[in-house]
Structures are given as structure tokens and as C-alpha cells.
Design a protein around this ligand. Structure first.
Ligand code: HEM
Length: 376
């Protein structure tokens, strides 16, 4: 088969750890990356929405700038937490991921430029005092659009890496590295699925900001809770439409995996589906009763499970796409017992350190630094 010949041969270096462990770490670190990305992209969108949707203009401006101050922290968090899955994806799927990256070399390279420009924009807005809301809003919109485009590049690259059958036509049409994967039917529903999820989680981020201020500034915290909670609910409702469209656009054999064909994939979809519904109802109830614990602890806990299910489904989907070309048995494995335990200890220590940093930052309430607890 022509596409099989186009796939670079597997790296002869043995895997330094068992396949299942690297795969698990890929999924776990992807979850961390995507949550940070959701806070960033979704938080940016939610900040912009406050400009149009919050009737109390002074409160809307305060919400906007409070969110804007988080952006310069969330962008590097997204990048740092993206590096880990980048390493694992290269170890397991390098043959596919490198080829797709070469086919879309220039747009892929552009990601770095877009990141840098978006970073400047976020810094600019975070330093504004609130006098020139119009300009701050425009710069925020500009940076959010750049981040949106970066995510779109990722979906192009991942979908292209999973469909080697498309490579030859693209490469022989032009070897200039300017390809995207726009003819892929799942591209837009898949990216929309990520984008709408980001808005929902951005709404939850605002609910965390409410939690951090709940005791000190109840009136404002109540406004944050209502706006963030409603954004979460509406975006999650929209997700049911987008998710179903995504499922329908999948090739039939992949779709059937989630509809009874594969018990694990089907169970994950069911848990994700019911988890989303439960989160909507719990949030609605929490908003009605102004119950901040329910909104900021139970709902995010359920959504954490949903994100873990969806990320595992995404991994199952990738393996289904690559089934004709990718077999875990092809890897030689030589577990490096001398460094693996050290790596795992450092990894867990690194995750714990993130929690300490988030706590210091005021993420869980009570912080004294420039985090969600700090007033603008
Ligand atoms: C800041 C803007 C970013 C956004 C909005 C973003 C968004 C996304 C999205 C939407 C996906 C899923 C694509 C899909 O499956 O269709 C993704 C995957 C991924 N991102 Fe990011 N990303 C950003 C930055 C980064 C950076 C800077 C890195 C690396 C340092 C990174 C590493 C990854 C990796 C490795 C994956 C794929 C993991 C896998 O295939 O399992 N991301 N990102």
C-alpha cells in the first residue's frame, strides 16, 4: 500500500518504559494541558462576553480586568503542560506526528509566532487599569483569536497524523509544507467540540474566582458565580449538539466503537454524556440556591471525570484510525528501571508542586497574591 510506504519506520530505540505506562502518561498529561488551555481560551472568551452580557457596566468591567490579569499566567501554564504530552506523543506516534507536522510545516511553525504575539497582547491587557476598556477589549479579542487559531492548528495536525491515506495526495500536490487538513470531515466538529468545552470550563474558572472572594466580597462574588455558572451551563448544552455532530461525522467503524462496538469506549461515552447532564442540573440548582460549594467543587469534580473520559475516548479513536498502520507490539521495550522510579516520583512531585502554586496563587480561595483572590 502506498501510504504504508510513506510512513517512516518505527524508531529502533526501545521504549524506556512499558507501552501502557507511556500511553497512560500521555492521556494524563493531555488532560492537564487541555484544562489549562480551557482556562486560557475559555477564560478569554468569558472575559469578552462580560463586555456584552453583563448589564451592570462597572461590574462587567471589573470581571473583565480580573479575568484579564490571569491570562499572562495561564498562557505559560498551557505551554508548559503541553510539553509533556508532546514528548509522549512523539515517543509513541512520532512516525505519524512528524510526517503531518512536515506536511503542514509553515502553519505549524506559525504557532510559535502566534503564541508570542498573543502573549504580548495578554500582558498589555493585564497592565491596563480599566480606563480604556475599548482598547483593552480589542487587544483581548485579538489575542483570543490567535489562541483559537493555535488550537485549530493542533486539530489539523492531530487529524492529519491519524489519516496517512491523505498524505500522498497532499505531498505530491505541493511539497512546500503549506497544507492544512481542511477536507477532513471531522475537522470542524472536532475543533468546535474543544472550543465549546473551553468556554464551559472558562465559565467554571469564573466560578472559582467567585469562590475565592465569597467571604470577602459577597455581592461581587455572587455576580461572578451567576455569570460563570450560566456560561458553563449554556456552553455545555450547546456541547450536546456539537458532540452529536462530531459523532455523526466520524467514519462508521469509529462511530460504532462508541455505540456498542467497544464496551470500554461505549461506557466512557455514556459516563461523559450523563456526567455532562448531571453537571448542568447541579449548576442550575447551585445558581438558584447561591450554593458556592456545589458550583465550585461538585460540578468541577464531575467535569473532571467527563474530561478524563473524553480524553481516553480520544486515545481510543486515534488507535482506531491508526489500526492498519500502528501496532504497539512493534516497539522494542527496554524499561530503564534505574531512572523510571525517579521519573515517576518527580512527575508526581511536579503535579503536587502545581497544586501548591495554585494554592499560593489563590486558586482555591484565600490567597494573597495576584491570583483569583486578588481584587483588580
Ligand atoms: C496556547 C495555545 C494552545 C491551544 C489553544 C492548544 C489546544 C490544543 C487542542 C485543541 C488540542 C487537541 C487537538 C485535537 O485532538 O484535535 C491540543 C493537543 C495538543 N497540544 Fe495543545 N494547545 C496550545 C498550545 C500547546 C503547546 C505550546 C504545546 C506544546 C508545547 C501543546 C501540546 C499539545 C500536544 C502534544 C497535543 C496532542 C496530544 C495528543 O495527541 O495526545 N499545545 N492542543
Amino acid at each position: 500500500m502506498m501510504q504504508t510506504n510513506l510512513i517512516p519506520s518505527v524508531d529502533p530505540n526501545p521504549l524506556p518504559a512499558p507501552y501502557w505506562l507511556i500511553k497512560t502518561l500521555l492521556i494524563v498529561t493531555f488532560v492537564l494541558h487541555i484544562v489549562a488551555m480551557n482556562f486560557l481560551l475559555g477564560g478569554g472568551v468569558v472575559a469578552l462576553l462580560t463586555r456584552w452580557r453583563v448589564k451592570d457596566r462597572a461590574a462587567g468591567a471589573r470581571m473583565f480586568f480580573d479575568m484579564a490579569k490571569k491570562m499572562p499566567v495561564l498562557l505559560p501554564a498551557t505551554i508548559t503542560l503541553g510539553i509533556a504530552p508532546l514528548l509522549f506523543v512523539q515517543v509513541l506516534y512520532g512516525q505519524f506526528f512528524y510526517t503531518s507536522s512536515i506536511l503542514m510545516a509553515w502553519p505549524w511553525f506559525l504557532v510559535l509566532v502566534l503564541l508570542t504575539v498573543a502573549y504580548y497582547g495578554f500582558y498589555y491587557v493585564s497592565f491596563q487599569s480599566g480606563k480604556d476598556l475599548g482598547r483593552a477589549g480589542a487587544v483581548m479579542l485579538f489575542s483570543v483569536v490567535l489562541v483559537f487559531l493555535i488550537g485549530f492548528m493542533f486539530t489539523n495536525n492531530i487529524t492529519l497524523s491519524e489519516t496517512p491515506s491523505r498524505w500522498a495526495a497532499k505531498y505530491f500536490a505541493s511539497a512546500g509544507g503549506w497544507h492544512l487538513n481542511l477536507s477532513e470531515p471531522t475537522l470542524f466538529p472536532r475543533y468546535l467540540h474543544f472550543f465549546v468545552a473551553a468556554i464551559a470550563v472558562g465559565g467554571l474558572f469564573m466560578v472559582f474566582m467567585a469562590l475565592a472572594r465569597w467571604k470577602r466580597d459577597r455581592a461581587y462574588a455572587g455576580q461572578l458565580l451567576q455569570f460563570g455558572g450560566k456560561t458553563f451551563m449554556y456552553a455545555t448544552m450547546v456541547q450536546y449538539v456539537v458532540g452529536i455532530v462530531f459523532l455523526v461525522t466520524l467514519p462508521a467503524p469509529m462511530r460504532m466503537l462508541f455505540m456498542g462496538g467497544d464496551p470500554v469506549a461505549t461506557t466512557l461515552l455514556l459516563v461523559g454524556f450523563t456526567g455532562g447532564l448531571a453537571a448542568i442540573f447541579l449548576m442550575s440548582d447551585a445558581l438558584h440556591k447561591e450554593n458556592i460549594r456545589q458550583a465550585a467543587i461538585y460540578v468541577p469534580a464531575i467535569i473532571g471525570v467527563v474530561i478524563a473520559c473524553m480524553s481516553t475516548m480520544r486515545a481510543i479513536l486515534r488507535d482506531a484510525y491508526l489500526k492498519p498502520y500502528f501496532h504497539p507490539g512493534q516497539f522494542a521495550v527496554k524499561t530503564q528501571w534505574a531512572v523510571l522510579p525517579l521519573f515517576l516520583v518527580l512527575f508526581l512531585g511536579g503535579v503536587a508542586l502545581w497544586f501548591v502554586m495554585l494554592k499560593r496563587y489563590g486558586f482555591f480561595g484565600g490567597g494573597k497574591t495576584a491570583g483569583p483572590a486578588a481584587d483588580s
